[in-house]
Design a protein around this ligand. Structure first.
Ligand code: MG
Length: 182
């Protein structure tokens, strides 16, 4: 049975390497102490690991879409146990990018929430892709071949906790999660 660990990125597993408040250059990032061991431990226990991150800085113009894709590629190289990373670039939570590494570089897909319609109710299947909406977490779960028997989301903000509640998955605070591995 598949077990899934969803990880928020900023403030949970990575932070700027410089004194900048946010990552705006793709390589300006470093692993938060304990996060590498924590990710490896879950991987070792058989969890599939997927990153989920709000990237409203794209809509705000703080970073380009390409920079944001490159930033996730850099994170995936820092954490080879993470299968791929989803990010939501817009405040309306309509778009979702999925970035994964390839042997010859990287690849990405783009999803639009308007394209997922429940044919019975005629309503959108997913809540906003931007946390605290639950859409990104649910898309991550649905990206697996099998429905996971266990899902845990680790994050560092109230928006993360609210997204976990909306998606009906277990939540753990990043500081507590990392502390076990310091
Ligand atoms: Mg965060």
């Amino acid at each position: 049975m598949t077990k899934l660990l969803l990880v928020d990125c900023d403030g949970t597993i990575r932070k700027p390497a410089s004194r900048a408040k946010f990552i705006s250059r793709p390589t300006d990032q470093k692993i938060i102490s304990g996060a590498d061991k924590a990710v490896f431990s879950y991987y070792d226990q058989g969890f599939t690991i997927i990153g989920v991150t709000n990237q409203g800085g794209v809509e705000k113009g703080y970073k380009t879409l390409q920079n944001t894709i490159d930033e996730q590629v850099y994170t995936l190289r820092l954490f080879p146990q993470i299968k791929y990373i989803f990010f939501c670039p817009d405040y309306a939570g309509m778009l979702l990018y999925k970035v994964c590494l390839k042997s010859d570089g990287y690849d990405f897909d783009v999803f639009n929430r308007q394209n997922f319609i429940d044919l019975n109710t005629n309503e959108l299947v997913y809540d906003s892709f931007r946390k605290p909406g639950s859409g990104m977490l649910k898309m991550a779960i649905d990206s697996l071949d099998d429905y996971p028997s266990e899902v845990l989301f680790v994050g560092d903000s109230p928006e993360d906790e609210a997204a976990a509640v909306g998606a009906a998955v277990d939540f753990i605070w990043a500081s507590v999660w990392r502390q076990q591995f310091l």
